[in-house]
Design a binder for this molecule. Structure first.
Ligand code: HEC
Ligand code: HEC
Length: 256
């Protein structure tokens, strides 16, 4: 292992050894950021992630096949048609009957209803459309429903969240449940909430989805990340959405 990892590992193990398990009320990652980073998110003119919302608006009105429909052909008024929608994802899809994330839903709209090539997970097009749709829920509380369909996903997500993994043998909960508010290599560990995504992350100099963040965290504890779009990540998203129920959507967020 590289020296900085060993240091990170031993420092975390010491933290974990002293851990109590606290189930605190949800707090947004925004509250743990420096004032300068908050300002970037607060000001739509400075917020780098507003680029995604603007790009999303262009895609919304664009033909996906020659002479074909646009999103807008069916969803005429995005502000009213998509108000509050993102706050309820993941949810059971009325068409397929299975749990879907917002990304999965947008992919199926493009591939299914528009007959166009589906954008890849993590592609700028998908980030842009999910940011645009998420933006229509800004300020509204996350409210993923606990239903007979979502309940097993929530349970699986909770299990993934609390299972130790990787070379550092840490679970998501070890950091985001037991040690939020503490410093780790210049970051203040937050509760690992998902209410701001997609985000612009300054340390990446790039945009990212919820699932990109999960992958970053898994890699930083030297664990094998799950695939984008996997059932495991869907379960994590569903669990985290319910765990953070009531937090206001901040999309598009800015994080350190
Ligand atoms: C070694 C400690 C550690 C572990 C273990 C860890 N993370 Fe993180 N995580 C961080 C740090 C540091 C950040 C960036 C600062 C922050 O928001 O906490 C972060 C950020 C996040 C965020 C973004 C929060 C926001 O407001 O933008 C999410 C979501 C997240 N983690 C989820 C997870 C999940 C899911 C797991 C388990 C697969 C996990 N993390 C494991 C340290 C950890
Ligand atoms: C041919 C008409 C049509 C087109 C074109 C279309 N949609 Fe839809 N869309 C629908 C209908 C009808 C529903 C409601 C049933 C459902 O959830 O599938 C829907 C549902 C949705 C939902 C879920 C809403 C909710 O309440 O959960 C999203 C998100 C969405 N569409 C996004 C898009 C995007 C993005 C595009 C363009 C890439 C698009 N749609 C293009 C007809 C369309």
């Amino acid at each position: 292992m590289k020296p900085h990892l060993i240091m990170l590992g031993s420092c975390l193990l010491a933290m974990v050894a002293s851990a109590g398990y606290t189930d605190a009320p949800p707090i947004s990652g925004y509250q743990f950021m420096e004032p300068e980073t908050r300002q970037l998110q607060d000001d739509d003119f400075l917020n780098p992630a507003m680029f995604l919302v603007e790009k999303g608006a262009t895609l919304w009105g664009q033909e996906w096949t020659d002479g074909g429909a646009t999103c807008q052909s069916c969803h005429q008024n995005i502000a009213t048609d998509m108000a509050g929608v993102a706050a309820g994802y993941p949810r059971t899809d009325p068409v397929s009957g299975r749990m879907v994330s917002l990304e999965m839903k947008v992919i199926s709209e493009i591939a299914g209803r528009l007959g166009a090539a589906a954008p890849a997970y993590g592609s700028e097009d998908l980030l842009a459309l999910t940011a645009l749709i998420g933006f229509q829920s800004r300020g509204l509380p996350m409210n993923v429903a606990v239903t007979p369909e979502s309940a097993p996903w929530i349970e699986t997500g909770r299990e993934i969240f609390t299972t130790r993994r990787g070379q550092l043998n840490l679970s998501c909960a070890n950091c985001h449940q037991d040690h939020w508010g503490e410093k780790l290599r210049g970051d203040t560990i937050s509760q690992g909430q998902i209410n701001a995504f997609p985000i612009y992350r300054l340390t990446w100099s790039d945009f990212g989805s919820r699932q990109r963040m999960f992958t970053w965290c898994m890699e930083s504890i030297r664990a094998e990340p799950y695939d984008y779009g996997s059932d495991e990540y869907l379960a994590l998203e569903t669990f985290l959405a319910v765990r953070g129920a009531g937090l206001a959507i901040e999309t598009p967020g800015v994080r350190r």
